[in-house]
Unconditional design. Structure first.
Length: 150
């Protein structure tokens, strides 16, 4: 997925089993952020940054949706524990992550495995990708500030 591409219409299923579509966010700028795992330090910092700046983001016309491979139940616990005011898509089969190009081989301590590359897509009111924050750009503790400053 590149800047200028049209985002997929069907995004997935949220923490409550509801289908999430791009059409639900028509007219808004969507922050579609992909993260590796619920309740890990970096992912929690990123989610809490977006939570803490929710009103500033909303004032600029943004809506937020998070995506990881975690289950609906895991997402519900994550949302409850950290009072997250936005939905999280349970992309357990990595369909959306593969479509968006954020699923691939990672390496930690010499071990290779498949996982999610922390990436944020800003999708415009017309459904096209306006901006992509790549993994090395994202500072989890201040990610909302990065978006607002862009």
């Amino acid at each position: 997925m590149n800047v200028g591409d049209k985002a997929p219409e069907i995004l997935g299923v949220d923490q409550n089993g509801n289908q999430v579509t791009l059409q639900q966010y028509a007219g808004s700028r969507l922050i579609l952020y992909f993260y590796p795992k619920d309740n890990t330090s970096g992912c929690t910092a990123e989610a809490c940054s977006l939570r803490d700046y929710a009103s500033e983001l909303a004032a600029k016309g943004y809506k937020v949706v998070g995506v990881s491979s975690d289950s609906e139940a895991s997402h519900r616990k994550f949302i409850d524990k950290h009072s997250l005011p936005f939905p999280l898509i349970a992309d357990t089969d990595q369909r959306l992550q593969k479509l968006m190009g954020v699923w691939g081989e990672k390496s930690m301590y010499g071990r290779k495995y498949m996982g999610t590359f922390r990436t944020t897509f800003i999708i415009g009111p017309d459904g096209t990708v306006e901006r992509i924050f790549m993994p090395k750009e994202i500072k989890t503790k201040i990610h909302a500030e990065q978006i607002l400053a862009d």
